[in-house]
Design a binder for this molecule. Structure first.
Ligand code: ZN
Length: 339
């Protein structure tokens, strides 16, 4: 039996045994004639094409909210992700038509009309990171789930099944070797927001710091800070083009910034004139006055959703300012609820 087992050793073992007993191979001899190394000719890849900005705009009942496709001929970044499932799905189709998988998503601010749809986008493009700045991410992480829960009744089947996952953006976005600078802003339309600059186009994707002929979201009643941002941009390069968070998604320059300043000032002036026998009557009068002042603006539903809160927080801010003027400790207005 022992002999038989030896004879049935596998060919591999036998080969190993033979190899171990073979004499060592002789060292390679230097060639008499040096041979030039063969260098494969590698063509440098052509430079990526120029960056373009395309928009997807929700219909009016979706507040005409914009998402932007920032892309060259190879790469794509999507800024803001819509609110409801149907528009987010339409955005997915627009992205698929580019034949590119996005390299990144980016969220300008933690309002649900910009972030809820990213759940749909991340389902459609698994593994694509959704970036936000530190302040926006902190706010999103705290508010996203309760906001979705609070809106499920209103949105019904149009509500996404969950919320996206946000990754902290460290540094800038990048597209085809170009750095897209991201700047975080405090105050204004919302407590914290971010804009994206595309240097080669002199373009700024401004999120909701800029609207285009849509009623501005005034719920945070921080018009002073908002105007401050817009005025500071007017001091910059006059060739810069700003892309709005809502409304027709064509970029605009100083005239678009001025239109937003005029809206904020006009809104505040009209609301200050509102009268009524009780709070509900004042709210109704304020809406009527603003609609009469800006008759062509889209998104009148924004006034329904924000006017009562605007009146409350502006009253609190006025009281705090009065107390502060009188040298007494003032109470800061309460933080506004999210959109
Ligand atoms: Zn918005």
């Amino acid at each position: 039996m022992t002999k038989l087992r030896f004879l049935t050793l596998s060919p591999a073992v036998l080969a190993l045994a033979c190899a171990s007993s073979a004499p060592p191979a002789p060292p390679p001899q230097p060639s008499a004639t040096p041979v030039a190394p063969v260098v494969a000719k590698v063509e440098a890849p052509p430079a990526p094409g120029p960056i373009t900005i395309d928009a997807f705009t929700a219909p009016d009942d979706g507040g005409a909210v914009n998402s932007y496709l920032v892309q060259n001929d190879r790469e794509l970044i999507v800024v803001d992700g819509q609110m409801v499932v149907p528009t987010a799905q339409a955005l997915v189709e627009k992205i698929k038509a580019t034949k590119k998988t996005p390299k990144a998503f980016f969220l300008t601010h933690a309002h649900p009309d910009h972030f809820l749809g990213f759940y749909v986008l991340q389902q459609a493009f698994p593994g694509v990171p959704l970036y936000a700045t530190a302040g926006v991410k902190a706010e999103f992480d705290a508010a996203a789930k309760p906001t979705l829960e609070g809106m499920k009744g209103m949105l019904g089947a149009a509500a996404p099944a969950g919320t996206a996952t946000v990754t902290l953006l460290e540094g800038a976005l990048e597209l085809g070797g170009e750095k897209l600078e991201v700047v975080e802003l405090k105050g204004g339309e919302h407590g914290v927001s971010a804009i994206v600059r595309v240097p080669s186009l002199k373009a700024v994707i401004a999120g909701d710091n800029v609207y285009n002929n849509v009623h501005n979201w005034m719920k945070d009643c921080d018009g002073k800070t908002w105007i401050g941002h817009l005025e500071s941009w007017k001091q910059g390069d006059p060739a810069t083009v700003y892309y709005p968070g809502h409304g027709a998604a064509k970029g605009g320059g100083a005239e678009l910034l001025d239109a937003n300043i005029a809206y904020i000032q006009g809104f505040e002036a009209e609301v200050a004139k509102a009268k009524g026998k009780d709070d509900a009557a004042v709210v109704a009068d304020a809406k009527k006055l603003v609609l009469a002042k800006f008759p062509s603006h889209r998104g009148p539903q924004f006034l329904d959703w924000t006017m009562a809160d605007y009146l409350k927080c502006s009253k609190a801010a006025a009281k705090a300012a009065k107390a502060s003027d009188a040298g007494k400790p003032g109470k800061a207005p309460a933080a506004s609820p999210k959109k």
